[in-house]
Design a protein around this ligand. Structure first.
Ligand code: NDP
Length: 452
């Protein structure tokens, strides 16, 4: 059978764009891609990129205070949100243009429309046009969830947070995960009064307990009002903002409420269930280790599969898909030992097991230190760094690395290489320290603080 395209990709985010480009550019496949919103997807348009730029903006307040203590004559004025936002919008336009040009340069045909799946080999665009394709790749990503209670619509999500007309004076953030904690630090740095409600006992569930406590303590010391064991009971529009009753019985008024309570895969209305493709409990497309659905001609990658919701993972899944389907080399994406960073202030970089998970798995040694880094102790700041290695007693392999420090994201990328290679504690020990740095502590941890 002759198809219009060898590959039709639905979704122009990190994963979809990479798969389309590599399939077209490296294998000569005839490829089309449909995107209903802006090219670049969550990461570029409403996620990692604008978030990181906001992190940079928010760090200047502290940096200016530090500069004063270092001897600079700095007069600290206010933050001009409109100026920043205008520049941010220009940057996102530029990046969207780059993505479009990369696709064009690889010979991918793009359609700026929503697409749905009509059958195993047919895609239908919003204007009714239909195309056949030998392979269809679902890369539609996810969207922020909203909690299910009355007036939740008064709040915003990470989709809207980059487009606010003005910086809120009083902001409530609901959630204790990546987005909630990153946004709490960003807005706190920009001068907003931030309150964070988290329903559990400690923020950043799933991460290393010691690191979670360390970060929470910093956030509180820097002015964020974290309320654990707390959720919204009710919210309504009041005279002076949004009136919120907490489950603890306390009442508050905020200018904005930001929900960061997880993300749901974008599968609604795509037509997948009709074809016999399994949709999981959270709405995700169920795939095998090669990202293939129950319909052999349809694959899915990235957040829509709800495996690991991280841009570089979606990109890897996209490349493994092309390798498998277009290069005849079956390749399953490797989801083991993925380093990642939470861009709180201070940052948290981690790879491998938490102390808690490692202890469940096998006997371990824990090497851990906290100290005031040179940069901060010079100006009498209380901020401390945490460096921690989890080591297998049997194999001596480093099972996990946890770093809470400025630039921990940069450090964990390299520690990730060592852990992925199976480095032992002794390999860390025989590596000469780079002095004076914070990360040198990782290779000079002499004695375990505990064994378990
Ligand atoms: P997360 O899953 O990380 O966190 C969701 C948070 O919301 C949890 O604290 C959860 O609590 C809480 N929650 C869930 N439902 C409710 C509810 N009904 N009421 C109150 N609280 C609730 O999701 P995020 O939205 O923060 O981020 C989504 C994903 O995006 C992340 O998992 C991550 O993979 C990715 N991401 C990565 C970043 C990075 O690499 N730096 C940055 C931002 C996002 P509980 O813990 O009790 O379940």
């Amino acid at each position: 059978m002759k198809f219009d395209y060898d590959l039709f990709v639905i979704g122009g985010g990190s994963g979809g764009v990479r798969a389309a480009r590599v399939a077209a550019g490296e294998t000569g496949a005839k490829v089309a891609l449909a995107e209903e919103s802006r090219m670049g997807g969550t990461c570029v348009i409403r996620g990692c990129v604008p978030k990181k730029l906001m992190v940079f903006a928010s760090e200047y307040a502290e940096a200016m205070h530090e500069a004063v203590d270092y001897g600079w004559d700095v007069r600290i004025g206010g933050f001009d949100w409109t100026k920043f936002r205008t520049r941010l919008e220009r940057e996102l336009d530029r990046l969207e243009g780059v993505y479009n040009r990369l696709l064009q340069g690889s010979g991918v045909t793009t359609y700026a429309q929503r697409a749905t799946v009509a059958d195993a080999h047919t895609v239908e665009l919003a204007d009714g046009t239909r195309f056949t394709a030998k392979h269809i790749l679902i890369a539609t990503g996810g969207r922020p969830s909203l909690p299910d209670f009355e007036n939740a619509g008064l709040g915003i999500t990470s989709n809207e947070v980059f487009h606010l007309d003005e910086l809120p004076k009083r902001l409530l953030i609901v959630g204790g995960g990546y987005i909630a904690c990153e946004m709490a630090c960003i807005f706190n740095g920009l001068g907003t009064e931030v309150t964070q409600f988290y329903r559990g006992a400690q923020i950043l569930r799933g991460f290393d307990d010691e690191a979670r406590g360390h970060i929470a303590e910093h956030m509180i010391r820097h002015g964020i009002a974290i309320h654990c064991g707390t959720n919204i009971l009710s919210m309504e529009k009041g005279r002076d903002g949004i009136d919120v009753r907490a489950t603890t019985g306390h009442s508050f008024t905020f200018d904005q409420v930001l929900f960061a309570v997880g993300r749901d895969p974008n599968t609604r209305g795509l037509g997948l269930e009709n074809l016999g493709i399994e949709i999981g409990r959270r709405g995700e497309v169920v795939v095998d280790r090669y990202s293939q659905t129950a319909v052999p001609s349809i694959h899915a990658i990235g957040d829509v599969t709800n495996r690991v919701q991280l841009t570089p993972v979606a990109i890897r899944e996209g490349m493994a898909f092309v390798e498998t389907v277009f290069k005849g080399n079956p390749t399953a994406p490797d989801h083991d030992l993925i380093p990642s960073a939470v861009f709180t202030q201070p940052e948290y970089g981690s790879v491998g097991l938490t102390e808690e998970a490692a202890r469940e798995q096998e006997p371990i040694e824990v090497y851990s230190t906290t100290f005031r880094p040179m940069h901060k102790s010079f100006i009498a700041r209380e901020d401390r760094v945490l460096m921690k290695l989890i080591v297998s007693q049997a194999t001596r392999k480093v099972l996990g690395v946890h770093i809470v420090a400025d630039h921990a994201g940069e450090m964990i990328q390299l520690a990730g290489v060592a852990v992925k290679m199976g480095a032992t504690k002794e390999d860390f020990d025989r590596t000469v320290a780079v002095h004076p740095t914070m990360s040198e502590e990782l290779v000079t941890l002499k004695h375990p603080v505990r064994s378990a």
